[in-house]
Design a protein around this ligand. Structure first.
Ligand SMILES: CC1=C(/C=C/C(C)=C/C=C/C(C)=C/C=C/C=C(C)/C=C/C=O)C(C)(C)CCC1
Ligand code: FE2
Length: 472
């Protein structure tokens, strides 16, 4: 559906796409977890103060099969089909115990590759699906033409105009392969490999950060669990297990050589989203350490349980959102065996809620000052504010509307900007009354510039990308 609205924001021209799990049922069968839902892509096309709005389901094999057979046919985040559903679909017992039964429901993020192709992603490699950013048509599976194999990758590749970097966790020989795909290509090439320091499996890598010269590979004690991947019934931590005794680590790989230049033990941590990383230099310009910031859940895995739909749909006014902070890792490059992890600012500044972050992409991998994220105004059961974090002043500025749930604040720089926060922040908000609107905040003052009400409410969504207007 496309609806025109008028927006007091004529400095923004281009398309914001936001992906996320938007359909949590098949007929009268209801899914369990926020991350289970079938992907819904939302499009906000900004054109000289006018907003064209639309949304569509991504036509993954998992979604099409569920709609056709009226039952779950593939394994989602917490849901698994009854064997007869999947076997009826593909017809082979072995498939149930292999990657074939994993979903391709690309419900997590959307990226614009350097050559302009737009790809929706999740953590299964086969869940990489190309879409048309204008019509939201599903074009088809994005085929990686290399022979790297594997079933899963990070849901958040680092994408720039020239490349796509990602991590492939290795569940058989615990470790991670760091790969690079040049813009315009479908072939990933190996940069290097890191062996895990703890066990029994690699830590979950939903995202990872990079600096100008290094790839930072996190190994958190929340680890993949191959048995849980194959279980039909959900386990407390779904496809993962918490192994605090196995230790938490951060590895640093040189982008050019693939060599590991640091591998440090850090306090146990739980993070899904890295914010950014950069190289710290001494007064002679020598790189002495890597600083990597993330949305850190105080080494507490309960956030995964809190994101079950039943919990999200039953807020009784009690504060149930676990605390989170901006976790700052300092990874020395002098051969020290340990790194540090501390809060980059007092978490009370953002209500001890912290997730779904973005930065000015021009500062990717570089020393930066500002991050935008969802924070909390308590009591709440879900992040309910937008927050602008000033990492230098260690302060936050917060936006909140009573009862509203905003999605990831996405920063878009003003063309020609020279200041880091010169631009706008876009968020899609679900209002208390179930209505929805697009919200545009000034990136510098964090004041509202514009909002445009949608003709109907939208489900919560996760991550977005910006497709600038084509030069005419
Ligand atoms: C489909 C399979 C998997 C899927 C994993 C998915 C879809 C993971 C998605 C993770 C997301 C969206 C994480 C977001 C976190 C947001 C947070 C913590 C917000 C907190 C707010 O306070 C695997 C599990 C990889 C297994 C194979 C099958
Ligand atoms: Fe994510």
């Amino acid at each position: 559906m496309n609806i025109f609205g008028v927006l007091a924001c004529d400095r923004l021209n281009g398309t914001y796409l936001r992906n996320g799990p938007g359909q949590w049922n098949i007929e009268d069968y209801n899914f369990r977890h926020l991350f289970d839902g079938y992907a819904t892509i939302v499009r906000l096309h900004f054109d000289n103060g006018r907003l064209l709005f639309g949304h569509r389901q991504i036509e993954s094999e998992a979604y099409k099969a569920a709609m056709k057979h009226k039952r779950l046919c593939f394994r989602e985040f917490s849901e698994a089909p009854k064997p007869d559903s999947f076997l009826a679909y593909v017809g082979e017992l072995a498939s149930l115990f292999s990657g074939a039964s994993l979903t391709d429901n690309a419900n997590t993020g959307v990226v614009k590759l350097g050559d302009g192709r737009v790809v929706c992603l999740t953590e299964t490699i086969k869940g990489s699906i190309q879409i048309d950013p204008d019509t939201l048509d599903t074009i088809g599976k994005f085929e990686y033409t290399d022979n790297l194999g594997g079933l899963i990758h990070s849901a958040h590749p680092i994408v720039t105009d020239s490349e796509f970097l990602t991590l492939l966790p290795d569940l058989v020989r615990p470790g991670y392969t760091v790969v690079r795909m040049a813009a315009g290509s479908n072939e990933r090439k190996v940069i290097g490999r890191v062996n895990c320091r703890g066990g029994p499996a690699p830590g979950w890598v939903h995202s990872f950060p990079v600096t100008e010269h290094y790839v930072v590979v996190p190994e958190m004690p929340l680890r993949y669990c191959a048995q849980n991947l194959l279980k039909a019934e959900p386990t407390p931590l779904y496809k993962f297990e918490w192994h605090p005794d196995s230790g938490g680590y951060v590895h640093v790989m040189c982008r050019a050589s693939g060599k590991i230049v640091a591998s440090v033990e850090v306090p146990p941590y739980v993070t899904f989203h890295f914010i950014n990383a950069y190289e710290e230099q001494d007064e002679d310009g020598r790189v002495t350490a890597i600083i990597a910031d993330c949305c850190e859940h105080n080494a507490d895995t309960t956030i995964l349980e809190k994101l079950r739909l039943q919990n999200l749909r039953s807020f009784a006014g009690h504060d149930v959102l676990p605390d989170a902070r901006v976790g700052r890792f300092r990874i020395p490059l002098d051969g020290s065996p340990v790194g540090e992890l501390e809060a980059a600012l007092d978490p009370d500044e953002h209500g001890k809620g912290m997730d779904m972050s973005s930065i000015n992409p021009a500062y990717l991998g570089k020393k930066y000052r500002y991050a935008y994220a969802c924070g909390a105004q308590r009591p709440c059961n879900f992040p309910n504010t937008l927050t602008k974090i000033d990492l230098v002043k260690r302060k936050a500025k917060n936006w909140h509307n009573e009862g509203a749930v905003p999605s990831e604040p996405f920063f878009v720089a003003r063309p020609g900007a020279t200041e880091e926060d010169d631009g706008v922040v876009i968020s899609i908000v679900s209002a208390a009354n179930g209505e929805g609107y697009a919200l545009v905040l000034d990136g510098s003052t964090f004041e509202e510039i514009a909002r445009a009400k949608f003709p109907y409410g939208l489900p919560y969504g996760l991550h977005g990308c910006w497709v600038p207007k084509k030069a005419s």
